[in-house]
Design a protein around this ligand. Structure first.
Ligand SMILES: [Zn+2]
Length: 248
């Protein structure tokens, strides 16, 4: 298919125009016009680019691309090396950030809920990205954290009373620890995100709501992979997911 068709299809699938984001969503670096092989990865790191290009990818799809609002706009250093490699090989980079967190089926949060066996009951927070739902059976924090660690293949940091019963939970993948207070206001037993902040501990202790930092990378491996697989199936493309293990 043509890169422009892929770009337009994704824009409509993920409704990228509806989101206020910190980075451009869509084609960030334009490569060859025709796309047969798509690689996916969480972050457009050098390692992911090297592996995708060695495999012969025409386009790389990521959740964390470039050109973040807070970063230096200059194309120098690490960013120069990454972009130069894409341009040298005529490979496109397509990035989908908040629209991919939010998508009701392929999104990081929808996929995380599914992986953890949580029945989604609603959404909350900025642009309705965060989810709320219930576990199928009540578990203690210690049981739930152990099970979650197994599902994500990464030991979570669980903050709270290990004996506390967990049934109603809220979750938001990645660096969404700033949503913890909004989650507490939803009356949940626990909030799951990727990363913790210093104040997450105090909020957990004073609210009685458990906080689980399950890994930024670990909670965001799901959406981009699901998107790549979905596009491959829909358009007869080849797809491979390139996972660079990341302890954060
Ligand atoms: Zn993220």
């Amino acid at each position: 298919m043509l890169l422009n068709e892929l770009r337009d299809y994704n824009a409509s699938l993920l409704q990228t125009g509806l989101f206020k984001d910190y980075c451009p969503n869509g084609v960030q670096v334009e490569g060859r016009a025709e796309v047969r092989r798509i690689a996916s990865g969480v972050t457009a790191s050098q390692q992911v680019l090297d592996a995708a290009i060695a495999w012969g990818a025409d386009a790389v799809l990521v959740h964390h691309g470039y050109f973040w609002r807070s970063e230096d706009a200059a194309i120098a250093g690490i960013k120069k090396r990454r972009i130069a490699e894409l341009l040298r090989h005529d490979v496109s980079l397509l990035a989908y950030h908040l629209p991919l967190d939010a998508h009701p089926e392929l999104g990081n949060n929808a996929q995380l809920g599914k992986l953890l066996g949580i029945v989604e009951q609603g959404r909350f927070g900025e642009q309705n990205i965060a989810c709320i739902g219930e576990l199928e059976t009540t578990q203690t924090l210690a049981q739930f954290a152990a099970w979650l660690g197994g599902r994500l293949q990464r030991a979570p940091q669980a903050i709270g009373d290990n004996a506390k019963n967990i049934r109603r939970v809220a979750w938001c993948s990645g660096g969404a620890q700033g949503y913890f207070e909004a989650a507490i206001a939803q009356g949940v037993d626990a909030f799951i995100s990727g990363e913790a902040s210093e104040q997450s501990f105090h909020l957990a202790q004073e609210s009685g709501v458990a906080f689980i930092a399950a890994g930024h990378h670990a909670t965001e491996r799901l959406g981009i992979r699901a998107l790549g697989a979905y596009l491959a199936e829909r358009f007869g493309l080849e797809h491979r997911f390139f996972d660079q293990d990341n302890p954060v």
